[in-house]
Design a protein around this ligand. Structure first.
Ligand code: ARG
Length: 290
């Protein structure tokens, strides 16, 4: 029986005041299909309210006018209950200005800030690729985060990092095919990973809840758990049964406007309270599947 997650009660969100599709860096984006700003704000606000209703806390950061993807706050940096944060070093140049504002925010809020690189120098790291689960920080790499960033995280923070290679262009961040539900359960979409990554994934997750293609591409893996509530952009009847069976209350929200940029509930919310305690190991350690 899983225990509630030790994190996921405190979030950073960015209000979509300048959300547009100005460029294309993932298969969901098209400059021909722009979000409706009013509807986007309404949907974003329903997500913020759902987190608060579930007993979570939300901090709000203003969106930079020059950074249309900044609403996907999950990628601003990895914040921990230990008071350390690792800033993202975005793979694509149009997203790099977000880090200037994120760096200020983390520092002003008392986080000790680390970086894997900056301005294209040093390994890329996007925090949408990283979750604490079990005895390690699990990091997806390939499309966005680079393998060298995992070494950086392990040695900087003295933690165990387990890497999963992502091999699917539609699942470009770990937060699309992987969602921790409690200490033993996670939503997983194995087809997102290469063969070694799939084997490692099933080693990491004691009780995997395997998503169908349809569930994964409806962004069901991009959900979040706040206390005993799971907030999801889509939930099939089968998934609802599994979730309620685990004692969770299911809240389904329409986040259609954000799907146009390739992100959903998880991407819009950055957990600030990842607990690294269980991942601690002297000297750090990186486990990459063979
Ligand atoms: N358009 C954004 C990008 O491609 C979407 C980010 C989605 N965020 C996430 N955490 N998966 O970078």
């Amino acid at each position: 029986m899983g225990q509630p997650l030790a994190w996921g009660r405190r979030y950073l969100m960015v209000r979509p005041d300048h959300f547009r599709i100005d460029y294309v860096i993932n298969p969901y984006m098209s400059t021909q299909d722009q979000p409706d700003p009013e509807l986007a704000l309404k949907q974003w606000d329903s997500l913020r309210q759902a987190i608060i209703d579930a007993g979570g806390e939300v901090e709000v950061l203003d969106q930079r006018a020059d950074s249309p993807d900044m609403v996907y706050a999950m990628n601003l940096g990895l914040g921990t209950a230990q008071g350390r944060a690792m800033l993202s070093h975005m793979r694509f140049e149009p997203r790099r200005k977000e880090s200037l504002t994120a760096a200020e925010w983390f520092t002003e809020h008392g986080f000790e800030l680390g970086r894997t690189g900056g301005d294209g120098v040093g390994p890329h790291f996007e925090s949408g690729d990283a979750f604490v689960f079990g005895d390690s920080l699990v990091v997806g790499y390939g499309p966005r985060t680079e393998a060298d960033a995992l070494k950086h995280l392990a040695t900087d923070w003295n933690i165990r990092v387990r890497g999963l290679r992502i091999a699917h262009e539609g699942m470009y961040h770990l937060d699309l095919p992987f969602c921790p539900i409690d200490s033993t359960h996670a939503l997983v979409y194995p087809a997102a990973f290469d063969a070694a990554g799939q084997a490692e994934l099933f080693g990491i997750v004691p009780d995997p809840i395997v998503l169908t293609d349809e569930e994964a591409f409806a962004f069901s893996g991009n959900s979040l758990v706040v206390n005993q509530t799971v907030i999801m952009p889509a939930c099939s009847p089968r998934l609802r049964e599994v979730m309620t069976g685990l004692g969770l209350r299911v809240v389904v929200l329409d986040l259609s406007e954000f799907h146009k940029g390739g992100g959903s509930a998880r991407c819009l919310t950055n957990p600030l309270d990842f607990d690294l305690a269980a991942a601690g190991v002297a000297g750090g350690e990186v486990v990459l599947p063979a």
